[in-house]
Design a protein around this ligand. Structure first.
Ligand code: ADP
Ligand code: GLC
Length: 493
């Protein structure tokens, strides 16, 4: 089997920089590819927090200090490299090429639209990748771009860099992790995107309206498009789910695939997880009870032998269905005094406030931790009985997969990757791995939370459900092969 050269470009890579699942996927897929013996390299910005974290950084002298022309001015960058921690196992190493440009990336937060230069920041990311590959004389079979932040790379490759014959053989793949974010800028930002004089290569309808849409431009130029589940691949081709890009996606449906993300069970497995109070396995789950007790203690909630813990770890945005919680939880918690709810998340103030109100109203049943906390996320996966993901839409979702591995039963809405990964519990056949509702409606969620309470009250059936969930395999070993096949397919075109 021939070795592939894959250049993965992403605005987030765990453990360096993470706001959501994209970071886990960038790292997990790359590690798996390296384990398979492929030559995979990651390009991502050197954000302030990465620079401060003390990783060993080596300057790529072959790249040097590069000055990228953006019309009548230029932007400087250099490349510092470091291996992805825990590489690919079996000797596989993933070099991470960090783009060093303190003026654009030396900020506390990964995304900073308040500065007004997001177009430039991520235009530089794409252009730095192409400039660096030229200087390293390393030309991948596939440039694997992710989300709008890197969507302009295929456009640049076919316009600004079309003179370089060595780049001609490389193909491009754009994975959509979330179509809600498209990178839309007023046409006055054309200079920041380095496309002045090349306006004809942008979407002409948008241009006439005074806009540039990075995601749409990328979708028009990229060789292949993928997204992170089959169901989401269909949803984004509909008027409801496409957020205005459904037309172009339907036009390109012959070059569009859905691949469910893999999970890095090296990081997310209760048998080996170093974060949780007690490890456990499918065959010996005694540690899970210990995790539940310790979680409640940590969150200052009372434990009782019959209590049932519902966990949630999420960005607090409309995508995640947080609107449903204040409508459902008061009735639910009154009906089931033995229910406990633990939420970890940060996001929009209105959701944080609504959750705080719930906490004040039901102080012995709900606990909230506002913010980002890696260890607590693991504790909640391990110490909860049920995991809530009532998302309005969910391209893939990782937490429902992590939950299943931890024997924590997901309650999900049937959308995107949640529909593809959680099978509804059937108490007669004793099949299924979770509780699934369809309508985005508080009664539908409440009904499935009641089902979960009912099932939990029958220990033998609950044991079977937990065992089914823990048996699920969403590893990269299983999912990575789909990417490998796709890369080969694209590379051969
Ligand atoms: P999304 O990328 O849309 O946020 P995913 O389910 O794909 O959703 O991935 C979310 C990832 O981010 C998971 O690894 C989850 O544990 C993590 N996460 C989300 N919010 C927090 C938080 N407040 N603290 C710690 N981890 C979080
Ligand atoms: C996005 C999606 C999420 C997905 C993640 C990784 O953030 O919201 O559903 O799991 O990307 O692909």
């Amino acid at each position: 089997m021939s070795k592939l050269r894959i250049c993965l470009v992403s605005s987030e890579v765990a453990p360096f920089s993470k706001t959501g699942g994209l970071a886990d996927v960038s790292a997990g897929l790359s590690r798996w590819l390296a384990r398979r013996g492929h030559d995979v390299r990651i390009f991502t910005p050197l954000y302030e927090r990465v620079a401060r974290a003390g990783y060993p950084l080596e300057t790529e002298t072959r790249v040097g200090d590069v000055s990228v022309p953006f019309g009548d001015w230029s932007q400087e960058f250099a490349i510092r490299s470091t291996p992805l921690p825990d590489g690919g196992g079996n000797g596989g190493v993933v070099p991470v090429h960090l783009i060093d440009c303190p003026g654009l990336y030396g900020r506390e937060r990964l995304y900073s639209s308040e500065h007004g230069d997001e177009a430039l920041r991520f235009a530089l990311l794409s252009r730095a990748v192409l400039e660096a590959c030229q200087r390293l004389d390393w030309f991948p079979h596939v440039f694997h771009c992710n989300d709008w932040h890197t969507a302009m790379l295929p456009v640049y490759k076919r316009t600004l860099y079309d003179w370089d014959r060595k780049l001609w053989a490389s193909r491009t793949l754009l994975t959509i992790h979330n179509i809600d974010f498209q990178g839309v800028f007023p046409s006055s930002r054309i200079g920041d995107l380095g496309m002045r004089g090349l306006e004809r290569h942008l979407h002409q309808g948008d241009w006439a309206r005074g806009e540039i849409n990075c995601m749409k431009s990328g979708l028009a130029w990229v060789d292949w498009i993928s997204t992170v589940s089959d169901t989401y691949a269909h949803e984004i081709q509909t008027a409801e789910g496409g957020r205005g890009l459904d037309g172009i996606l339907r036009d390109r449906s012959g070059s569009l695939s859905g691949i469910v993300n893999g999970c890095d069970y090296g990081d997310w497995d209760p048998a080996t997880d170093p974060h949780i109070p007690s490890n456990y396995t499918r065959d010996d789950r005694s540690g899970k009870l210990e995790c539940k007790k310790r979680l409640l203690e940590r969150m200052l909630l009372p434990y009782s032998a019959d209590c049932v813990v519902f966990g949630m770890v999420s960005r607090l945005t409309h995508q995640k269905g947080v609107d449903l919680l204040p409508q459902v939880l008061p009735a639910f918690l009154r009906e089931y005094p033995q229910a406990r709810v633990v939420v970890l998340g940060s996001g929009e103030a209105r959701y944080e406030d609504a959750l705080q109100w719930l906490r004040n109203t039901f102080p012995t049943q709900i606990a909230i931790f506002r913010g980002y906390h890696e260890e607590l996320a693991h504790w909640i996966e391990a110490g909860s009985d049920v995991f809530l993901m009532p998302s309005l839409f969910e391209p893939c979702g990782l937490n429902q997969m992590y939950s299943m591995r931890y024997g924590t039963i997901p309650v999900v809405r049937r959308t995107g990757g949640l529909a593809d990964t959680v099978r509804p519990w059937n108490p007669v056949e004793e099949t299924g791995t979770g509780f699934v509702f369809w309508d985005f409606d508080p009664f539908a969620l409440l009904a499935e939370m009641r089902h979960a309470m009912g099932a939990h009250a029958h220990p033998p059936a609950w044991d079977t459900l937990v065992e089914n969930a823990m048996r699920e395999d969403w590893s990269w070993d299983r999912q990575g092969v789909h990417y490998e096949n796709l890369y080969r397919h694209i590379a051969s075109r």
